[in-house]
Design a binder for this molecule. Structure first.
Ligand SMILES: Cc1cc2nc3c(=O)[nH]c(=O)nc-3n(C[C@H](O)[C@H](O)[C@H](O)COP(=O)(O)OP(=O)(O)OC[C@H]3O[C@@H](n4cnc5c(N)ncnc54)[C@H](O)[C@@H]3O)c2cc1C
Length: 464
């Protein structure tokens, strides 16, 4: 116990020291813009190189304290969900919503609207946050709660992507965990049956599962997965080596995993995107699996590919050799659609985008959702998040973003919401109409009057 207290004390001391240094660095930035220097990222927009001053936040990566009685964690903003979940599991607890990729940080997930298969119960990641400590553009650190003098900043942080301030620490609610998770997969040959079953299992009540998600493999092959916490001990599956989780969805109807493995079921194969890296080949998997089977490895390779403009170089060589060039538009998006419009979205999706498979995660905003400033969702309504990460063959040479724009427009027509972690093509007027530009402008004037951070539009659409 004493040991615990002295650890907590050291953690807090070191946290306060880092915060003082960051506050000083921010206040003395002398007009320069700032950006985060951190170890990992899950952003998928190409960021233009800027002159911004890098703020080194790498030391803010710890869980400061967990109170098992109150089921509360105090956690630093750059803590990865892998570290956060591990610390809570040790105490028999878990964060209510754990985004699927290990290196997503809690600050990134709160400012970028993190979601998971428990979101039909607990909403988005930020809905379980009670307090945030935020570094503003003038170097001030503000403690923000939904009911204190900084409530306006608290409510504007979700979907702000670091454009209003950086989250240094959060106080987050926790839930009881269990050693194992029992999983059931059900297949449907038709989307309306799949959607009705999805709606039924997401209905609140004592028998509702703990986790729900789905995968559309083809327009005639849907899998609905439900999962429940359990203490039952049976042989467990392991998808961190030769077995591939997403393939098990079509070959098994039941499964059992440890809680930790369940939380990270999508990480070793980056959902299914490991396919493009050859990592579903048994030989490569055996040879390189130890280093490669992590979402962060794929992300690093992918970002080098973009940085070194490999595709452009290949095209230039083929063009010089008068060889035909196949052009693809990257389409890496997560969009949320109200359940009643999901069938329409599927129709559009398989007709025009058709990246297979597609992840489908139900989400129900909690009552307080009315208060979030930078996006609108109906509290209590059920939405489906469609996640699709790939590319679509394009026949036009010059026009960029044709398919991404189509998605933006359909999502708007269907009353949905598009995530901003990847490329966006909105015009500035459109963007601010959707993301509450009037309120944003006032918040920016209040919390970042000297423009330390790029605006949300500059970040999300212009790639600054
Ligand atoms: C293939 C793919 C699959 C994905 N799947 C999921 C998923 O299943 N569930 C899910 O929830 N999300 C998913 N995401 C999206 C991911 O959660 C967001 O991109 C999230 O913002 C990434 O957080 P990060 O910690 O990696 O932050 P980064 O990628 O480093 O940064 C993201 C943005 O958040 C800002 N930011 C980061 N930390 C802070 C902070 N402490 N305070 C304020 N602003 C900050 C940065 O300035 C930046 O604009 C996926 C993304 C990809 C590419």
């Amino acid at each position: 116990m004493e040991q615990n207290h002295s650890n907590h004390f050291d953690n807090w001391e070191s946290h306060r020291k880092t915060c003082r240094e960051l506050s000083h660095a921010m206040a003395s930035r002398a007009g320069a813009r700032v950006s985060l220097s951190k170890r990992t990222s899950n952003l998928f927009r190409t960021r233009k190189e800027t002159e911004a001053k890098k703020l080194d936040v790498r030391r803010l990566h710890r869980v400061l304290e967990i109170d098992p009685e109150q089921r509360i964690a105090e956690v630093e903003g750059m803590t990865t969900y892998e570290d956060f979940a591990d610390a809570t599991l040790l105490k028999g607890l878990r964060p209510p919503v754990v985004p699927e990729l290990k290196t997503i940080t809690i600050g990134g997930a709160v400012s970028g609207l993190g979601i998971e298969a428990s979101s039909f119960r607990y909403g988005l990641v930020h809905e379980m946050v009670e307090e945030m400590e935020i570094l503003c553009g003038d170097g001030t650190i503000r403690i923000c709660r939904p009911d204190n003098e900084n409530a306006d900043l608290f409510h504007a942080i979700p979907n702000s992507y670091g454009s209003l301030g950086y989250i240094l620490r959060l106080r987050v609610k926790l839930l009881p965990a269990s050693p194992f998770v029992k999983i059931a997969h059900q297949r449907f040959p038709e989307r309306m049956q799949f959607l009705s079953a999805m709606e039924a299992v997401c209905t609140p009540g004592p028998h509702a599962p703990d986790f729900v998600e789905g995968v559309a493999f083809t327009p005639r092959d849907f899998v609905l997965t439900t999962a429940r916490l359990t203490h039952d001990r049976d042989p467990v599956s392991d998808y961190k080596g030769m077995q591939i989780y997403y393939q098990s969805l079509r070959s098994r109807s039941e499964d059992l995993m440890t809680m930790r493995d369940f939380l990270w079921r999508w990480d070793p194969d980056w959902f299914w995107c490991s396919r493009s890296f050859g990592m579903q080949n048994p030989l490569l998997r055996r040879l390189f699996g130890r280093w490669m089977l992590r979402s962060s490895s794929y992300w690093k390779i992918q970002s080098l590919y973009r940085k070194w403009k490999i595709e452009e170089r290949v095209h230039a060589i083929r063009s010089a050799l008068h060889l035909p060039i196949e052009r693809y538009e990257p389409v890496i998006q997560d969009v949320e659609i109200p359940l009643e419009k999901a069938s329409e979205f599927f129709e559009f999706y398989f007709r025009e985008i058709n990246i297979r498979p597609c992840w489908i995660c139900p989400m129900r905003p909690l009552e307080a959702a009315r208060n979030w400033t930078l996006f609108t969702m109906e509290p209590g309504a059920l939405y489906l998040n469609f996640g699709f990460w790939g590319s679509v063959r394009t026949f036009s040479e010059g026009a960029t973003g044709h398919f991404n724009r189509r998605i933006e427009s359909i999502v708007q027509d269907l009353g949905g919401r598009k995530s901003l972690y990847s490329t966006s093509f909105f015009t500035e007027d459109e963007f601010w109409r959707i993301y509450n530009g009037d309120a944003y402008k006032k918040l920016k004037e209040k919390f970042d009057p000297r423009g330390a951070f790029q605006s949300l539009y500059q970040k999300a659409v212009l790639g600054h």
